[in-house]
Design a protein around this ligand. Structure first.
Ligand code: FPP
Length: 241
């Protein structure tokens, strides 16, 4: 499992992926969009398996944004179903993926009670483990996450636990869904689109971006390796020279 493996030297610590292109994948085959999501969920499983195998520490995937509720109900339902299936399978195979931990980031209160319950159970299964941590961003929006953090800090000010001038960057980070985790080093967006779409907007301040011309259902470990190779050619300066 990931935690027992020596970390490959060329590996970033944290990779984020915007799993884009499911709809276009289906359209190219004249299939309903939900088939694209089904194939996208398969690609996701393979990538999680691979990231665990190579010893990656953190993977964050964008599964459903706060804006995705605008899609037809049938499509939204199919994505939620795939997520439930993923959780059910993770339980069925819990011994095989021993070290992998799953965490859901986003506003879970809008999800069905059944899905919320499953999420709590799968997160509890990972407690005490130290392998690959997979953050599934669900009903997630970077701006919403920042509002959530700011409200928590405002509450602390109101309760006079902190003074406004004590608020610093670390405090904001500590109240994000990703509190305690390193920021993503590399963010990959397949499908040819080149934007962040409200994904990890605070955490991505110094991330390297790799945009790839492959639709998410076709994304394979080879594409991940290619993105890591490109990442390793970049010279990260973090504002220095
Ligand atoms: C973006 O492609 C993809 C989504 C909004 C959904 C992503 C969901 C999955 C990959 C399945 C989730 C399941 C698990 C188990 C994580 P798009 O639909 O916007 O594609 P398009 O831009 O080609 O229309």
């Amino acid at each position: 499992m990931a935690n027992n493996q020596p970390c490959r030297e060329d590996l970033p610590e944290h990779i984020g992926i915007i799993m884009d292109g499911n709809g276009r994948w289906a359209k190219k085959r004249a299939l309903p969009r939900k088939y694209g999501h089904r194939e996208g969920a398969k690609a996701f499983r393979k990538i999680v398996e691979y990231c665990d195998k190579i010893g990656l520490h953190y993977l964050t995937v964008y599964a459903f944004s706060t804006e995705n509720w605008k899609r037809p109900k049938d499509e939204v339902d199919s994505i939620m179903q795939l997520l439930e299936q993923y959780i059910d399978e993770a339980f069925d195979h819990k011994n095989e993926s021993d070290g992998v931990r799953t965490k859901f980031i986003g506003d879970m209160s809008a999800l069905s009670p059944v899905l919320q319950e499953k999420i709590k159970r799968i997160e509890a299964l990972g407690e005490g483990k130290s392998g690959l941590l997979v953050n599934v961003a669900l009903n997630y929006g970077g701006r919403h996450e920042l509002v959530h953090s700011m409200r928590a800090l405002a509450e602390m000010v109101r309760e006079q636990k902190i003074a406004p001038e004590e608020i610093d960057e670390a405090m904001v980070s500590d109240h994000l869904y990703t509190a305690g985790q390193p920021d993503p080093d590399l963010i990959i967006r397949p499908s040819g689109e080149e934007r962040l779409s409200n994904f990890l907007i605070w955490q991505a301040a110094y991330s390297e971006f790799v945009f790839m011309d492959v639709l998410w259902p076709d994304f394979k470990p080879e594409h991940l390796e290619e993105a890591i190779r490109i990442f390793n050619q970049r010279h990260r300066r973090f504002g220095g020279i």
